[in-house]
Design a binder for this molecule. Structure first.
Ligand code: CDP
Length: 224
């Protein structure tokens, strides 16, 4: 296939979407855009301001008004992008367990999705982009030239997230990660608007028995 201008990568938590997306973007000289960080940033602000996560109206208004800026990583500390909320760097804060525990509830609100996916669509339409998320191939950029749905068993994904946290020196407990991931998967795939599911024309890739490099090689093989 000719080199696609818009590449959409979707899949459940910790399936390796960001790793694959970042490497592909670097090799192609494309912009890498991880949409999950926008939902995480809104969740961080909600928690910071002590807004109850059940306050759909207030949270929707907040998602419409706050400025979340996502740009290529400016610091070499393991981050894949810089995330700024009104000029404050919240890159690592968005990875906190309390954000992780609440992000799926907030990202199920239709108004929140409308606000954030409109911004994502505008960025994606410029092309030369690898966009990663849950609904990129189905809703944000259904015209994407290549759609990958990266999957893996929940146990394998929890193991990967556990390793990642340990490597960053953060406290991590496998059982708690597994439970939180199951819950997030459940909410993400059963919500009314833009549920997590492969687009009809997506290529489904299971990475249970593939390491990051093997996944990259498989996808690069599709581009020949
Ligand atoms: O890195 P990980 O796969 O754990 O999560 P993420 O991609 O940062 O996404 C965090 C959460 O944001 C997901 O569990 C979804 O609830 C939500 N999300 C979404 O609804 N739509 C997207 N396009 C991306 C993320």
């Amino acid at each position: 296939m000719p080199i696609p201008s818009i590449i959409a990568i979707d899949g459940p938590a910790a399936s390796g979407k960001s790793t694959l997306g970042l490497i592909l973007a670097q090799e192609l000289g494309y912009l890498f855009f991880d949409t999950g960080v926008m939902y995480r940033a809104v969740t961080w602000v909600v928690l910071q301001r002590h807004i109850p996560v059940t306050e759909e109206k207030i949270i929707t208004a907040l998602a419409e008004e706050i400025q979340v800026a996502v740009s290529p990583a400016s610091v070499n500390d393991g981050r894949t992008s810089d995330i700024l909320v009104e000029d404050q760097d919240v890159t690592w804060e968005t990875r906190y367990p309390e954000v992780e525990a609440n992000v799926s509830v907030i990202s199920a609100y239709p108004g929140v999705r409308r606000a954030l996916s409109a911004q994502q669509r505008r960025i994606g339409q410029r092309g030369r982009i690898v966009m990663v998320g849950r609904d990129i191939g189905t809703v944000v950029l259904p015209e994407a030239d290549l759609k990958i749905f990266l999957d893996a068993s929940v146990e394998e994904r929890a193991r990967r997230r556990f390793k990642e946290l340990r490597q960053r020196g953060e406290p991590a407990e496998y059982k708690a990660i597994l439970a939180s991931m199951r819950e997030r998967d459940r909410i993400d795939s059963t919500r009314q608007v833009a549920p997590l599911r492969p687009a009809a024309d997506a290529i489904i890739l299971n990475s249970d028995h593939l390491d990051a490099d093997q996944v990259v090689q498989k996808v690069k093989g599709m581009l020949k």
